[in-house]
Design a protein around this ligand. Structure first.
Ligand code: EPU
Length: 438
């Protein structure tokens, strides 16, 4: 297990470059299954989730090569295998993204059911409902989704669920609809920027899509999609995580290549708390000088506060003056980090989908364990604000979605030492995915 050791209470100063978004990259990589030509994706972050999906796609006959540190080239070599490899698919939620493209392009898919995880139950009923409405026959056997369709047909599909829209469900139906016969109308579609990025990629490949970014997306199926060159949008969650790091540690940093328009809800909450944001062209300056004020807030689908920022914001709120209530209405169970934050001295009580935080806590370093991606980032941030030394284990969870978070924070003035090799060295290219050991 990898770990980092953090010596806390060091202010952050300097500039950090924000990478391309993980949650835009993964569905767009899967969407390349729909195409005939070559796709070149630029600003692809170096993450273990990207590598895992690359291995899955490689098994499905899509060659995936990193031609440059942040550039992937994808091209279909062979369309015979429609079975998603179990070992890799169950290790990440985004494996489900191959379902729509395989069904639309090859007429058959056998994909492992993603299970529940530390975020709580993560059903795929809305993905399956949408594909069935397009004429797919779907059964579940031996832990797999087995889906077939001679030719998918456009339909009107409502994708709202008990917790709002579904991001990857919208991605799956959107991708499937591009090659379906006729028109598909997706109602209560997710409006996340990552869905717009996927729609923009598909449009460049030749798809006919209107309404992405609103709750109603219309797709008119086409015969064939070509590949294209596409630049992945900046990662609003990585940028937000650095903003939270400054809020906890204090200091003054510049986020380079950040999209302020994708971060309005987070900025609103943090500005109220006393964090200063100055927006320039493709940069955001974030400063925190004085004490922070407590606040109440709720994670909601976009354009609301992202659930993927809830754990990091929870860490920040432990250091704010007064009592805060943080609710997660997207993943009401996403609170495994609370117990570990308590080891650092945080005063948090969980009440169903809400965390009640009494601050300011005087955090002091301890040994804590990350059990998921954003919860792990939240523990590193809390370590920055703790007196003395904090050790966070389970850093492989953090490597799934952040490219060298420890090194980037160190470059801003944090004192962090990593035990164990990082998954990727700066400047070093990865082997083609088919030559990598699992
Ligand atoms: N849901 C259903 N039925 C479904 C699908 C979802 O009830 O068929 C529920 C979920 O249980 C949840 C809510 O709907 O309560 C939203 O889930 P959604 O489907 O939107 O999540 P996702 O698409 O599987 C993506 C991101 C997550 C992010 C969520 C919400 C990727 C690869 N994952 O997951 O990212 O939290 O949207 O914004 O895009 C992360 O990056 O750390 C991460 C977990």
């Amino acid at each position: 297990m990898s770990e980092v050791k953090i010596e806390g209470e060091k202010q952050l100063h300097g500039t950090v470059k924000v990478n391309g978004a993980k949650n835009a990259t993964l569905p767009i990589m899967a969407a390349a299954l729909l195409t005939e030509g070559r796709t070149v994706l630029d600003r692809v972050p170096r993450l273990t989730d990207v590598r895992t999906l690359g291995i899955i796609l490689d098994a499905l006959g899509l060659s995936v090569e990193r031609s440059n540190e942040h550039t992937l080239e994808l091209k279909i070599e062979d369309e015979k295998n429609c079975e998603c490899p179990h070992k890799h698919a169950i290790s990440m939620r985004a494996g489900i993204c191959v379902l729509g493209p395989l069904l639309a392009k090859r007429g058959y898919a056998r994909v492992p059911l993603p299970g529940g995880c530390v975020l709580g139950d993560r059903p795929v009923d809305l993905h399956l409902k949408g594909l069935r409405a397009m004429g797919a026959e779907i059964k579940q056997r031996g832990g797999y989704i087995i889906a077939s369709a001679d030719k998918l047909k456009g339909n009107r599909i409502y994708l709202g669920g008990p917790h709002g829209s579904t991001v990857l469900g919208t991605a799956n139906i959107l991708m499937a609809a591009t090659l379906a016969e006729g028109v598909t109308l997706i109602e209560h579609a997710a409006t996340e920027p990552e869905i717009c990025d996927l729609a923009n990629y598909l449009k460049k490949c030749g798809a006919s899509i209107t309404g992405a970014g609103t709750h109603t997306i219309e797709v008119e199926g086409v015969q064939q999609l070509e590949g294209c060159l596409h630049h992945i949008i900046p990662d609003r969650i990585e940028a937000g995580t650095f903003a939270c790091a400054v809020a906890i540690a204090g200091g003054d940093i510049i986020l380079k290549d950040a999209r302020a328009d994708h971060m309005a809800a987070l900025r609103d909450v943090m500005e109220y708390m006393g964090v200063n944001f100055e927006i320039g062209s493709k940069i955001i300056r974030v400063r925190r000088e004085g004490p922070l004020k407590a606040t109440d807030c709720t994670a909601l689908p976009y354009p609301g506060l992202p659930t993927d920022m809830q754990p990091q914001l929870l860490s920040v709120l432990t250091t704010a003056m007064g009592t805060s209530v943080l609710t997660d209405s997207v993943y009401p169970e996403r609170f495994t980090h609370i117990g570990e934050l308590a080891r650092l001295g945080a005063d948090i009580v969980r009440q169903g989908p809400q965390a009640v935080i009494r601050g300011p806590a005087s955090l002091s370093g301890a040994y804590v364990q990350a059990s998921d991606l954003r919860g792990g980032a939240a523990l590193i941030l809390a370590g920055l604000g703790s007196e003395g030394e904090t050790v966070v284990t389970g850093i492989e969870h953090v490597d799934r979605g952040y490219e060298r978070l420890d090194e980037k924070l160190t470059a801003l003035g944090a004192k962090i030492v990593r035990k164990g090799a990082p998954p990727f060295q700066a400047g070093q290219l990865q082997l083609p995915f088919h030559k990598q050991a699992g």
